[in-house]
Design a binder for this molecule. Structure first.
Ligand SMILES: CC(C)(COP(=O)(O)OP(=O)(O)OC[C@H]1O[C@@H](n2cnc3c(N)ncnc32)[C@H](O)[C@@H]1OP(=O)(O)O)[C@@H](O)C(=O)NCCC(=O)NCCS
Length: 185
């Protein structure tokens, strides 16, 4: 099996494409918004840190174990956010999804649609056995995305991580390859 994929990925309303240097302005706007990064590991970053953060997200192909590949999400040619796919374990064929969207594009189903496409890539193109998502237990919008996609809540880890000065509960959601219903766009 060819375990690879190449952007762009096209869904009914979105195009998931490579992140480029030209995305710096919107990428910086996304990751310098305190409400957006509230439940992420990322702090609010300086201009230099934001540039380095973007550089780390430029497309380098399918991520090696322990790393992520990230894509920009566009709607009608406009940058609306980013999605990512992390390679957790090649031996166990486990991947993790992540998603971050600009506030003005929340509430439109874009995160659900883009994340569905990334999970589909993991199962269809990368041979995933299992796809997971991890989130701060207080992040209800993120939890709703995963519930909408039909992932199973498998764990609520109490005071599992020390993030931004406090112990945080973490939720783990997952779906297996024989449970996933491909969207077949
Ligand atoms: C997590 C995050 C991406 C969720 O965004 P969102 O806009 O709530 O999620 P969706 O894009 O799937 O939109 C869902 C909403 O759109 C509505 N919607 C409208 N059209 C829709 C459609 N065609 N399909 C699905 N939902 C649709 C849903 O009813 C839902 O509304 P509700 O929030 O009132 O219940 C967003 O809150 C975010 O970027 N947060 C900051 C970063 C972050 O925390 N990322 C996750 C880390 S684990």
């Amino acid at each position: 099996m060819d375990t690879s994929f190449s952007p762009p990925i096209v869904t009914p309303r979105l195009v998931l494409r490579e992140i480029t240097e030209h995305d710096l302005r919107e990428h910086a706007r996304l990751f310098s918004d305190p409400d957006v990064v509230r439940y992420l590991y990322d702090p609010v970053m300086s201009a230099g840190e934001l540039r380095a953060h973007l550089t780390r997200r430029l497309w380098r192909g399918v991520a090696a174990e322990g790393a992520w590949c990230n894509l920009a999400v566009e709607h009608d040619g406009v940058y609306v956010g980013e999605v990512g796919l992390g390679t957790i374990s090649t031996q166990h064929r486990c991947f993790e999804v992540g998603y971050v969207f600009l506030p003005e594009f929340h509430g439109l189903g874009f995160a659900t649609e883009a994340t569905r496409a990334m999970i589909d890539v993991a199962f269809r193109d990368l041979g995933a056995h299992r796809v997971i998502a991890r989130l701060d237990a207080r992040n209800s919008p993120s939890r709703h995305v995963l519930e909408r996609l039909g992932l199973r809540r498998e764990a609520h880890l109490v005071a599992n991580e020390f993030v931004k000065g406090e112990w945080c509960d973490e939720l783990v959601f997952a779906v297996l390859e024989d449970e996933w219903v491909s969207p077949r766009n």
